[in-house]
Design a protein around this ligand. Structure first.
Ligand SMILES: C[C@H](CCC[C@H](C)C(=O)SCCNC(=O)CCNC(=O)[C@H](O)C(C)(C)COP(=O)(O)OP(=O)(O)OC[C@H]1O[C@@H](n2cnc3c(N)ncnc32)[C@H](O)[C@@H]1OP(=O)(O)O)[C@H]1CC[C@H]2[C@@H]3[C@H](O)C[C@@H]4C[C@H](O)CC[C@]4(C)[C@H]3C[C@H](O)[C@]12C
Length: 382
């Protein structure tokens, strides 16, 4: 796989960093997650393919252990607010001194500088500061965050993984590591560059929820079907819109013009009434195979059995019977291979990893008895 041989130390975080680590593991990297000790359960639900080492980093001896792991690794990924790693003696200066080839990825909400750098926050806060949240929401409703997708994952974990791969590529020429300052505010905004760069097209010059792509246009929206499900309509171009009208059994001559914005509410009402007359499956039989840009709104469970997704293997069930999207994108010669066995227990691989990284048995036992590390391989055998 593309990242085979790359060794990553992921410090356990909440959601963005675990997603970044999962991406790297899916594409072949060896990802060792450093967990806290005395923690009963992990919140990392994106842990497939990772190993877990449990270290009490409040102890200088554990900091020394982590430093040794980082000397022999390519990437360290830290999910804490600004200054936390430095406080533990694990800042970039500490680690890059011992390993100048190390790629030090810092995934935060607000970045390593600025007045918010040390503030707590979550996806919605970063999305708000990015400017994008102000554009999300239906007309006359308050802005809403689309799950924690945009800042945590698109602008956070994924953007950080992108930065790590860029730094790995650059290191192949320079031989040097570097620091990645991945701010979720900036990552989210960068993902949303189109919103700024398309303003000249007049795409966003109306209030929130009244523009073509923000639920204002009736031909770019969702509609409830007679069985209580929904379909998504994205018939933007006139030639596709024409097929939508045909499929709905309407006559274009009886309708206002597609781009007559003042008539959009009336057009939406007409579409709402017509879509409510048939089930989602019935509309699928009418629109599948056409360019009307109409698709079923599938649930997280329904995606697995949809013929298109099935034909591509876009989703899979792991050994625990859990559905997951397959890694994207698909590389023709070195595709990702998502691990399908269970996630690691906290500390399951502490002993194995420390042995591999050169710690003697006696050292490991001493660290264990001093409470510096936790070894839970036994749990894995239960
Ligand atoms: C995980 C579910 C989904 C969450 C998504 C949510 C919407 C997000 O946006 S996540 C993104 C959060 N932001 C960032 O990641 C940006 C960068 N990080 C930060 O800004 C901060 O880390 C922080 C604000 C996220 C958290 O701040 P905090 O003060 O807690 O920590 P830091 O300042 O960063 O310092 C870290 C400290 O930890 C020490 N440390 C680190 N490693 C070790 C170690 N190995 N050993 C010892 N010590 C270690 C380090 O030294 C620092 O210590 P100091 O502070 O002393 O310096 C979640 C959605 C719902 C959640 C569940 C719900 O809330 C109920 C339960 C609540 C319960 O309290 C926890 C379990 C829950 C089940 C909870 C679980 C999950 O959080 C959820 C499922």
């Amino acid at each position: 796989m593309a990242l085979t041989g790359v060794r990553v130390i992921e410090l356990a975080g909440l959601a963005p960093a675990p997603f970044c680590g999962m991406i790297l593991a899916d594409f072949g990297a060896r990802v060792i997650r450093v967990d806290r000790t005395k923690v009963s359960m992990t919140v990392d639900t994106q842990a497939r393919g990772k190993q877990s080492v449990a270290l009490n980093l409040k102890s200088p001896k554990a900091v020394a252990v982590l430093k040794r792991l980082c000397v022999q690794s390519d990437v360290v990924l830290e999910p804490y607010r600004k200054g936390v790693m430095e406080k533990m003696g694990l800042g970039p200066e500490d680690l890059l001194k011992d390993n100048p080839r190390l790629i030090y990825a810092r995934l935060t909400g607000y970045g390593q500088s600025g007045s918010y750098a040390k503030a707590a926050g979550h996806d919605i806060n970063y999305l708000a500061l990015s400017g994008l949240l102000s554009m999300l929401g239906r007309s006359s409703e308050k802005p809403y965050a689309p799950l924690n997708l945009v800042a945590d994952f698109a602008g956070g974990g994924l953007m950080c993984a992108f930065g790590i791969v860029l730094a790995l590529l650059e290191r192949s020429r320079s031989g040097q590591g570097q620091i990645i300052d991945a701010s979720m505010v900036e990552g989210a905004a960068y993902v949303g560059s189109f919103m700024w760069k398309s303003r000249s097209l007049g795409l966003w010059n109306r209030p929130r929820g009244e523009n073509m792509l923000d639920s204002g246009a009736p031909f770019y929206d969702t509609y409830r079907t007679s069985d209580g499900k929904y379909v998504a309509v994205g018939a933007i171009e006139p030639q596709f819109y024409e097929q939508l009208i045909l499929g709905l059994g309407l006559d274009d001559a009886d309708l206002p013009s597609q781009m007559s914005v003042s008539d959009w509410p009336q057009l939406r009402q007409t579409f709402t009434q017509v879509f409510a007359t048939k089930t989602q499956a019935e509309w699928g039989r009418i629109f599948d195979g056409t360019d009307a840009c109409v698709t079923p709104v599938l649930s997280l469970d329904e995606v697995l059995s949809h013929p298109h997704n099935q034909a591509r293997g876009s989703f899979f069930k792991d050994s625990q019977g859990e559905i997951s999207p397959r890694p994207a994108p698909v590389l023709s010669r070195s595709p990702a291979e998502a691990c399908r066995t269970r996630d690691p227990f906290i500390g399951e691989h502490t002993r194995t990893v420390l042995k591999e990284y050169g710690f003697e048995q006696a050292q490991i036992e001493q660290l264990l008895s001093d409470g510096i590390i936790e070894c839970n391989e036994a749990k894995a055998r239960l």
